[in-house]
Write a protein that binds this ligand. Structure first.
Ligand code: HEM
Length: 350
C-alpha cells in the first residue's frame, strides 16, 4: 500500500508512467499478437529465465573452448568471419576447424539473444506488467548486444588479454542478473525485506565483491598461462605462479566468509548455502588439479563451467536471504484478472 501511495504522489514516477503509456500507445497497437502466443510466452516465462541463466553461463564455456583449441582468430574479422563472408570459407591462413569453432561461438550469441528476447516478450505481455521483471529481462537482451560488440573488439585487438577478461566478466555479471530475473518472476515488487540479519547482508555484498576479484584474478592466470587463444597472442607478463597464488588466496578469503555466513544464517536458506559451499569446494579442488597437471585443455573448460556455477550458487543464496512481497495493487490486479477469467469461463459455459 505504502508503495502505491508513493507512486501516486511522486511527480517523477508520474512523468515516467505517462511516458511509458504514450510509448505503449505508439508501438503496441501496430503489434497485435495472437492470444496463443501470449499464453505460450507466459506459460514458459520461468523456463525462459532458466534457459537464459544457463545460456549466459554456457556461452563462457564455449568461449573457453575457442581459447583452448587456439581458435580465437579462426574468424579473423568481425562482424564478418573472413573478409567478404559472414560464414567460414576456405582461407589459406586459417584452419577450417578453427574457423568453425569460432563461428559456432558467434552463432551461439544469436541463440542467447533469442532466449533473452523471449524473456523480454514474456515480461512485456504479462498482466500486470512487472517493471522489475521487464527491466531485468531487458538487461539480458542489451547485455547480449554489448557482448557481441566486446567480442568483436576482442577479435580486432588480436585477443588482447584484458579484452578477453572484460568479455568473460560481463558474461558472469549477466549470469548473476539472470538468476535475479528468475527469482523476480516468482516474487513481488515491493522493496527487498531481509530474511537474515543486516550484518549478514553486508557480508554478502563484500562477498560478491571478493567473488568479482576471484574471477578477475582467474582471468589474469589465463592471460599469463598457455591458453590465451592464439599462438601469437601477447601474454600478460607476470609469473603465472604469482597470479595463481593470488587467485587461490582470494578463494580462501571467499571460503572464510562462507564459514562466517554459515554461523550468521541460522536456519535461513540452508539448502542454498550448502549448495554454494559444495560448488565452491568442488571448483577449488578442480583448480588445484588443473594447476598441478599443467592446465590440460578439458579441465580449463570445466573450470570455466565451475566459475559460472559458483556465480549462480552465490546469486541464489543472495535471493534466498531476502524477499519481496507483492504490492497491494498487484494483488488487486491479480484478483481482478482471476475473477475476469472466471467470469469469461462461466460466460463461455452458458
Ligand atoms: C571458487 C573457486 C574458483 C573460481 C570461481 C575460479 C575461477 C576461475 C576463472 C574465472 C578463471 C579464468 C577462466 C578464463 O579466463 O577463461 C580461472 C582460471 C584458472 N584457475 Fe581458477 N577459480 C577458482 C579456484 C581455483 C584454484 C583454487 C586454483 C588453483 C590454483 C585455480 C587455478 C586456475 C588456473 C590454473 C587457471 C588458468 C587456466 C587457463 O590457463 O586458462 N582456480 N579460474
Amino acid at each position: 500500500m505504502g508503495c502505491d501511495r508513493r507512486r501516486s504522489r511522486d511527480p517523477h514516477d508520474q512523468a515516467l508512467l505517462t511516458r511509458a503509456r504514450l510509448l505503449s500507445q505508439w508501438y503496441l497497437p501496430s503489434v497485435t499478437v495472437p492470444d496463443w502466443v501470449v499464453a505460450f510466452l507466459l506459460k514458459f516465462q520461468r523456463a525462459f529465465a532458466v534457459a537464459v541463466v544457463m545460456a549466459q553461463a554456457g556461452i563462457a564455456v564455449t568461449g573457453s573452448i575457442v581459447r583452448v583449441t587456439g581458435s580465437g582468430l579462426g574468424c579473423p574479422t568481425w562482424p564478418q568471419c573472413v573478409a567478404g563472408s559472414l560464414t567460414p570459407v576456405e582461407h589459406p591462413e586459417v584452419a577450417p576447424l578453427h574457423q568453425w569453432v569460432e563461428f559456432g561461438n558467434r552463432t551461439l550469441t544469436g541463440l542467447v539473444g533469442v532466449i533473452a528476447a523471449l524473456c523480454v516478450l514474456a515480461a512485456w505481455y504479462a498482466k500486470p506488467r512487472r517493471k522489475r521483471v521487464l527491466k531485468l529481462a531487458l538487461v539480458q537482451l542489451v547485455g547480449v548486444g554489448v557482448q557481441a560488440v566486446v567480442g568483436g573488439i576482442t577479435v580486432l585487438t588480436g585477443l588482447l588479454w584484458w579484452t578477453v577478461s572484460v568479455h568473460f566478466l560481463i558474461s558472469m555479471v549477466l549470469t548473476w542478473l539472470a538468476v535475479l530475473l528468475y527469482a523476480a518472476i516468482g516474487e513481488g515488487d515491493e522493496p527487498a525485506r531481509p530474511l537474515a540479519g543486516r550484518n549478514l547482508l553486508r557480508l554478502q555484498v563484500v562477498q560478491a565483491g571478493v567473488l568479482g576479484l576471484l574471477l578477475l584474478a582467474g582471468t589474469f592466470v589465463t592471460a599469463a598461462g598457455p591458453h590465451a587463444g592464439d599462438a601469437a597472442t601477447p601474454r600478460l607478463d607476470v609469473p603465472v605462479e604469482t597470479l595463481s597464488q593470488l587467485h587461490a588466496d582470494l578463494l580462501f578469503l571467499f571460503l572464510g566468509m562462507l564459514v562466517a555466513m554459515g554461523f550468521a544464517l541460522g536456519s535461513t536458506a540452508r539448502r542454498a548455502y550448502y549448495t554454494l559451499v559444495a560448488t565452491v569446494i568442488a571448483q577449488g579442488a578442480l583448480g588445484m588439479v588443473q594447476y598441478w597437471t599443467g592446465v590440460p585443455e578439458v579441465l580449463v573448460s570445466i573450470h570455466v563451467l565451475g566459475a559460472g556455477a559458483v556465480v549462480i550458487a552465490t546469486a541464489n543464496l543472495w535471493v534466498h536471504t531476502r524477499e519481496r512481497a507483492r504490492s497491494d495493487q498487484a494483488q488487486r490486479d491479480d484478483e481482478g484478472l482471476r475473477s475476469q477469467t472466471a467470469g469469461n469461463s462461466v460466460a463461455s459455459h452458458v
